[in-house]
Design a protein around this ligand. Structure first.
Ligand SMILES: NC(=O)c1ccc[n+]([C@@H]2O[C@H](COP(=O)([O-])OP(=O)(O)OC[C@H]3O[C@@H](n4cnc5c(N)ncnc54)[C@H](O)[C@@H]3O)[C@@H](O)[C@H]2O)c1
Ligand SMILES: Nc1ncnc2c1ncn2[C@@H]1O[C@H](COP(=O)(O)OP(=O)(O)OP(=O)(O)O)[C@@H](O)[C@H]1O
Length: 524
């Protein structure tokens, strides 16, 4: 605006001179005029300067903020890098320790030179296992990630014999096929059909011979101890295999005879975490509890399990110990049928409304996770969500989230259905719900369940995992549960359906009833 003012006033004075008219008050007037002209000009310049300095102040402030944020990000990155380096060094040390320990890597089962050390280490491990297992008798719950497994395997394979590889094949309705038939939906000329998917039995065929067998046993049982010693001797003398046992079992074997010096064991939790990389076959001697125990030792992939029945019920233990030689010989030769038992992965989140992303370590269960009222006499009040959709509020003694393998355990006792273990799904079974209309649900395998203890809950709830390791859940805490990627492959006596039906007939006397007599009065 100022330049146009200036131009217009200039033009005005020029035109008066041109007209020959000179005013006596001209100097005064011209000064005034100049002031008139300059005033808005100066005023305009001041406004601009103010505006400009304001802009400069804003820019400087923004630049300062950016510089500060950059410096703090740099500092944070440096701190994380430092933590990473420390953690990595610690991990590498642990790995090196494992690899350098003679007794676990003895390739041909020869007596290690440092036997005295070895025995005492095993004993120590017995003590240590108490720390590892905690007071409630389950291993710490660190779940392996895919990446870790790959990295670990590279390190371990340098030292250990490579693991036996095998192939799984899916057979349809008894007809054998080496090809895995995918359960895909096909669209034939616009008609939606499903591919044949039922009755698929999974069979395991070794591609290289198994070399390392881990035997896990129920504690405090004389018959189990005797069988274990027999089995270890047979595996060594007849099959020339590497045998691994728990530190407790190693001590028991050595107490019996120094012949068992060749048996290997572990001494710390790092070695337990690496077990899946060297064990080809896992044998359990005990009841269902021993299978649960053995599975809880494997936070990632689990080797094929051969469960021998030395308990009372034995839903998951189809093998009889009397003929263990024939049975193991046929398994070691293969192929054999397996049941892939799904596991659930559980995370506890403390103060879930605020710390949505901060969960505790994952816990894997083969049977179920139970959320109950513990010793409290109040009803539990549990808000349940499935993939963020509200399911219901459980008011009663508690809730069981079970695998299909666990469907014949606690869930069954609480009124849940018995489900074939090969069916992938999650059972949602209330415990004594105070409602006339509550019925158990079976949800598909892909869902994520969330059980939240509401802030207005009258008391805390308790979560337990395969009947062990109880964790208290305060109001505001939540438990997240979904299907884990690491199933437990258990060998079948016949196949998964036969074994399942046998277990419910034999173990539970399912639908046992006297057959109705023929000579009753007929209607009509
Ligand atoms: N009321 C109940 O029925 C009840 C109560 C608590 C725990 N349990 C079950 O006990 C399991 C822990 O077993 P444990 O042996 O360590 O404890 P445990 O020694 O107390 O045995 C519990 C019983 O459950 C049986 N069992 C375990 N898993 C089974 C399965 N998948 N199918 C059928 N029966 C099964 C066992 O054979 C045993 O008879 C828990 O996972 C839970 O399912 C059941
Ligand atoms: N290797 C092990 N180390 C520590 N505890 C174990 C081990 N194996 C099993 N247990 C625990 O011992 C208990 C009893 O085991 P298991 O259920 O196998 O025998 P059982 O009670 O005689 O059999 P059943 O359950 O069929 O009656 C379970 O609570 C289980 O967790």
């Amino acid at each position: 605006m100022a330049p146009s003012n200036f131009n217009s006033n200039n033009n005005a004075s020029a035109s008066s001179q041109e007209n020959g008219f000179v005013d006596s008050c001209a100097p005064l007037n011209s000064e005034k005029a100049v002031q008139e002209i300059i005033k808005p000009l100066v005023q305009g310049t001041d406004d601009h300067l103010l505006e400009f300095s304001e802009v400069m102040r804003t820019v400087t402030k923004a630049l300062r903020q950016v510089a500060e944020a950059k410096a703090s990000a740099k500092a944070e990155a440096a701190e994380w890098k430092r933590k990473y380096e420390i953690e990595r060094a610690r991990y590498m040390n642990a790995e090196n320790r494992v690899l350098s320990e003679e007794h676990i890597s003895e390739p041909n089962g020869q007596r290690p030179e440092n036997l005295a050390n070895h025995v005492s280490l095993s004993k120590k491990a017995g003590d240590q296992s108490e720390n590892i297992c905690g007071n409630n008798g389950i291993f710490s719950h660190e779940v392996l990630l895919d990446g870790e497994t790959e990295r670990d395997s590279k390190v371990v394979q340098c030292k250990f014999k490579s693991k036996a590889s095998f192939k799984l094949s899916w057979c349809c309705k008894g007809e054998k096929s080496d090809q895995h038939k995918h359960d895909i939906v096909s669209f034939d000329k616009g008609n939606i059909t499903t591919a044949a998917r039922s009755s698929k039995q999974i069979s395991l065929k070794w591609e290289s011979p198994p070399q390392t067998v881990l035997i896990m046993t129920k504690p405090n049982s004389a018959s189990v101890r005797i069988l274990c010693a027999d089995m270890v001797r047979w595996l060594k003398e007849q099959k020339h295999l590497t045998v691994l046992v728990e530190p407790r079992v190693k001590s028991e074997l050595l107490a019996e005879s120094s012949f068992y010096n060749f048996v290997q064991t572990w001494t710390n939790e790092t070695e337990i975490l690496l077990l899946h990389m060297k064990v080809d076959l896992l044998v359990t001697l005990g009841g269902d509890g021993t299978v649960l125990w053995a599975a809880s030792m494997f936070k990632g992939s689990v080797p094929p399990v051969v469960p021998f029945s030395l308990g009372t019920l034995g839903f998951m233990t189809p093998f009889y110990s009397e003929n263990f030689r024939d049975c193991l010989a046929s398994i070691l030769h293969g192929p054999f049928n397996i049941t892939l038992r799904h596991r659930l992965q559980c995370h506890v989140i403390r103060d879930a409304t605020r710390n949505e992303d901060h969960s505790e370590d994952a816990i894997l269960v083969l049977n179920e996770v139970t959320i109950d009222r513990g010793i409290s006499s109040f009803l539990t009040n549990l808000e349940c969500y499935c993939d963020n959709a509200f399911v219901t509020c459980v008011q009663g003694d508690g809730l069981i989230l079970s695998t299909t393998s666990g469907s014949t355990a606690y869930s069954l006792a609480a009124g849940g259905s018995m489900v074939h273990p090969q069916v992938p799904g999650i059972l949602f079974t209330p415990i004594c719900p105070h409602s006339l209309s509550f019925r158990p649900l079976i949800l598909p395998e892909h869902v994520t369940l969330r059980v939240f203890v509401p802030l207005n809950s009258r008391s805390n709830a308790w979560a337990s995992f395969d009947g062990k390791d109880r964790k208290e859940l305060a109001p505001g805490d939540a438990l997240i549960c979904s299907m884990a990627s690491w199933p437990v492959p258990t060998a079948c006596q016949v196949d998964s359906t036969n074994d399942f039906l046998h277990s419910i007939h034999d173990g539970l006397h399912w639908n046992v009833r006297k057959t109705q007599s023929f000579d009753s009065p007929r209607v009509g």
